[in-house]
Design a protein around this ligand. Structure first.
Ligand code: DGT
Ligand code: CA
Ligand code: CA
Length: 572
């Protein structure tokens, strides 16, 4: 059993919190709090020291009473005294203490009079104004508590890019019509097209920043104003999304935009790099002494520091600064480069649209080909197709294809990878298909070695082209399954198999980091939407963003090929 100092410190902090809510002796409580702080900051593990025979009672603020308790934690994994207290109070009650304005006494009142024992209940009660009437509370305190709970929620919560996008666009549209405003750009992780965003950071320019602030905080979707300053304000929208807005003079626009686009590590790297040249770089510009050398545009900003312009998606300190200096930055793929979508479902399995409706949607996207790739039947996919049904399904696709002059339909399937790495359909059927995707839909928890072997075995089938949603993650819901990535990518490259970049907003799988690694290993990709409805083919842009964050160029992606060249690749 490995017991860290952080864990021990947490036990003492919880003990102090619960004793305080109970109303125990303040001196005892303070002693536990001090001990928790000391332990959290110790340079060496207490477990190591006790094993070595050190007398830990000699450590300042510890003493014999607390050192006995530390030994108890090291031996049993917990504190009996704390476990008893925990039985008396609901498990999340101490979370209330993390909110500014709530100490143990108030937590006790909230719990005993309103039954509040979680941050969610606290937030609802504050919103319903049920807190201000309690003894020892006021309307002002209630407002402060509400703010605190909203922020606490934000800390632990990130928004899917696709969920934040409509809010960002609506706000941008509103801001562009504010009096006196010149430029409006949504910067931060949103501009870098990260698959999730913590908050929105907006950079604006104006000669009258006060007016811009006034207009911003009056945006109808604002639920709370956290800060209303002269050149900077922060609000929370009704969906809990926080928005920071800054307003600067036009001559600082490029430098400010660069700073708030980030990422933080990209910024830090640029700064170190520039200090060597004797420049001073800050969010308002690049200065030599007092003289501004650059700042109005990002292009000018990069030029002044001796670098090529770096696309926002690359600003993650993953080699982009070196590449910008050497002139080896990638020419990133664009949505117009794509000629088709290679992963679509229809009513033949669990989709909602017919082949014809999907074809119509593909044409609206400007595509020249689509792969229809319904599921094979398996335990987890009840509506999938089995042996005989597949032949009729291929027939149906070919028939629609023959009726279309401007769009080629490829007959494909997404075939389940079974636990042992074999496929849910026999080769005799697979060989009838134009394109075969395989995917994992169960047994997510194999060991990395087993999972790697399982998937590689499936990919070694000569009829297989593409691995769909390669890591199985669902953002915020399911972690990726564990693989031996290095060996896996090397093998996939050697076999010449394609990895999918699945553009469903909750999947975004592969992710940016793995895309970059897989590319370095020599792998090619397909960017597809995995659409189950006709109106989600436009999700393809999320896949493009992810591909760009993974440094992909047009040549790395097979659905940038014209249909005849694609067929060549699939024929192999
Ligand atoms: P997020 O909101 O968690 O999705 O990620 P970002 O990248 O939008 O981060 P955020 O909102 O905390 O800050 C926006 C940008 O401001 C960030 O990308 C870079 C810049 N920035 C923030 N803090 C620092 C800092 O301490 N140093 C430097 N150099 N830049 C910073
Ligand atoms: Ca942000
Ligand atoms: Ca921010």
């Amino acid at each position: 059993m490995l017991i860290t100092n952080t864990y021990i410190a947490k036990q003492f902090k919880q003990l102090a919190d619960l004793l305080a809510i109970e109303g125990d002796n303040p001196f005892k409580i303070r002693a536990y709090r001090n001990a928790a702080r000391t332990i959290a900051n110790l340079p060496e593990s207490l477990q190591t020291r006790v094993n070595r025979g050190d007398d830990i009672a000699q450590i300042p603020t510890i003493g014999s009473h607390i050192s006995a308790k530390i030994r108890e934690i090291l031996q049993t994994g917990h504190l009996k005294k704390l476990e008893l207290l925990k039985h008396r109070f609901p498990s999340h009650l101490t979370d209330l203490l993390s909110i500014e304005g709530i100490g143990p006494k108030r937590a006790k009142v909230l719990y005993e009079s309103l039954g509040i024992d979680t941050l969610d209940k606290l937030r609802s009660a504050a919103r319903a104004h049920r807190i201000q009437t309690l003894p020892g509370f006021s309307a002002t305190l209630e407002a402060k508590i509400l703010k605190g709970t909203v922020l606490a929620k934000k800390e632990g919560h990130r928004f899917l890019y696709a969920d934040a996008e409509p809010h960002a666009q609506a706000l941008e549209h509103y801001l562009k019509r504010c009096p006196g405003i010149l430029d409006v750009v949504i910067a931060g992780s949103f501009r870098r097209r990260k698959d999730t965003v913590g908050d929105l950071d907006i950079v604006t320019t104006s000669h009258a920043p006060g007016q811009v602030m006034e207009c911003f905080v009056r945006y109808p979707d604002v639920r709370e104003i956290i800060l209303h300053g002269d050149t900077r304000s922060t609000v929370i929208l009704h969906n809990d999304l926080q928005v920071d807005l800054r307003c600067v003079a036009p001559e600082s626009f490029g430098a400010t935009l660069h700073y708030f686009t980030g990422s933080k590590s990209h910024n830090i790297a640029i700064r170190i790099f520039e200090k060597a040249k004797g420049f001073k770089v800050n969010e308002y510009g690049i200065f030599q002494g007092k003289k501004r050398i650059a700042g109005a545009t990002e292009e000018e900003f990069y030029r002044a520091v001796g670098l090529r312009y770096i696309e926002p998606e690359l600003r993650e300190r993953r080699g982009e600064i070196h590449a910008a200096r050497e002139g080896t930055l990638p020419v990133l793929i664009e949505q117009n480069d794509l000629h088709g979508d290679l992963h679509l479902h229809t009513v033949a399995s669990d989709g909602k649209a017919t082949i014809e409706q999907m074809a119509e949607a593909g044409r609206a996207q400007g595509y020249t080909y689509l792969a229809i790739t319904d599921h094979s039947r398996h335990l987890t996919i009840v509506h999938g197709l089995d042996g005989d049904a597949v032949l009729g399904y291929i027939e149906a696709i070919r028939k629609v294809d023959a009726s279309l002059s401007d769009l080629t339909l490829l007959a494909g399937m997404e075939v389940d990878i079974l636990q042992d790495g074999t496929l849910a359909l026999p080769d005799s059927i697979l060989k009838e298909l134009d394109i075969v995707l395989v995917g994992v839909h169960d047994h997510f928890d194999l060991t990395p070695t087993q999972q790697t072997r399982r998937i590689l075995k499936a990919l070694s089938n000569p009829y297989v082209h593409i691995l769909a949603h390669p890591t199985g993650r669902l953002i915020g819901q399911r972690a990726p399954y564990r693989l031996r990535y290095k060996a896996f990518f090397a093998e996939v490259a050697a076999m010449g198999r394609i990895l999918e970049i699945n553009a469903q907003p909750t999947r975004m799988d592969l992710d940016d980091i793995h895309i970059q690694k897989a590319k370095e290993a020599g792998i090619r990709f397909a960017i597809s939407t995995d659409s189950h409805r006709a109106d989600t083919l436009e999700y393809i842009r999320y896949g493009i963003y992810q591909a760009r964050r993974g440094w992909l160029e047009k040549g790395d992606v097979i659905n940038t090929l014209e249909v005849e060249d694609l067929k060549q690749v699939l024929r192999r």
